[in-house]
Design a protein around this ligand. Structure first.
Ligand code: GUN
Length: 282
């Protein structure tokens, strides 16, 4: 059996550190605030937003929820973002994605002040990540890096394969691994010989969005296998992109779903919000 990577324990340690720093700021009269905006009633988004608010309470942040109806216009949403940009109680702004189809996500992301962009989705922050000079970490990839670090396995010089090329996970994930001197391959739905590429990965990060996509024959014995997937199987049970039961004997380290990457994303969001508050003080 592979070593199980405990995302709950690693995320608890990150949040404990954020909480201690938040308390220190409070003693100097500074409170940290995160605005969380959700449009419509996507049930998965609702769960994520609730978890983010819960994490804020845990670490001592104020959270301000804006739950807008599905029919909200792009203009109304942009006006809200603009208001939050100018609100000094709000250090971080998170607009939960996906947005309803009639709203242009890029227009909304572009409207968020880069100094409050705790998701690191704004093109300016994406550019900073690309260069390797950044304050805000892309939350999910940064959480994955913490999980890899917790195994003690060095990234430098290793074959790192990322499955998925989304702006939220795949692309920034590849950058963070590259910054740690990994030899990085990004694969996607058009990749030929995916199995062969994955099978030489010392570190495999699956962010495909397909339940059980990564099977035992695709992994290298002893590999670090990180599962970013959050899917529902036929019975409605939460499951990842990796066939956990099939891979758990062959991998060296593996994340469970739930309890792996999910809690880390939120912990890194808390860290970014704290960073935002500190930057805005200056
Ligand atoms: N939807 C799925 N993941 C994320 C995330 O990390 N941030 C936001 N804002 N929306 C998401």
């Amino acid at each position: 059996m592979a070593n199980l990577i405990d995302g709950k324990a690693v995320s608890a340690a990150v949040k404990a550190q954020v909480k201690a720093e938040c308390e220190a700021l409070k003693s100097e009269g500074v409170t940290v605030g995160l605005a969380v905006v959700i449009v419509g009633d996507n049930p998965a988004s609702r769960v994520y937003v609730n978890n983010k608010k819960k994490a804020c309470a845990e670490v001592g942040f104020e959270s301000y929820e804006y739950a807008l109806p599905e029919e909200t216009t792009q203009q109304e949403l942009l006006e809200l973002v603009n208001r939050l940009n100018g609100d000094s109680k709000v250090n971080g702004i998170l607009v939960q994605l996906p947005l309803p189809r009639h709203i242009d996500e890029n227009a909304v992301i572009n409207a968020i002040s880069p100094v409050k962009d705790v998701d690191a989705f704004h093109p300016r922050n994406v550019g900073h990540i690309m260069i390797g000079d950044y304050s805000f970490l892309p939350c999910t990839p940064a959480g994955v890096m913490e999980l890899i670090a917790s195994t003690g396995v060095e990234v430098e010089g290793k074959n790192c394969v990322v499955i998925g090329r989304s702006n939220i996970v795949g692309k920034p994930m590849a950058m963070l691994l590259l910054h740690k001197n990994g030899t990085v391959t990004i694969t996607h739905s058009r990749t030929k010989n995916l199995k062969e590429i994955c099978a030489v990965a010392d570190i495999l990060v699956a962010a495909v969005g397909k339940a059980g996509f990564v099977t035992e024959d695709m992994i290298k014995p002893g590999a670090v296998v990180i599962d970013v997937g959050m899917n529902r199987n036929a019975e409605g049970k939460l499951c990842g992109d990796v066939d956990f039961e099939g891979c758990k004997e062959k991998a060296g380290y593996i994340t469970p779903v739930p309890g792996g990457v999910g809690p880390m994303t939120i912990a890194m969001l808390m860290r970014n919000t704290l960073t935002a508050a500190k930057l805005q003080r200056k």
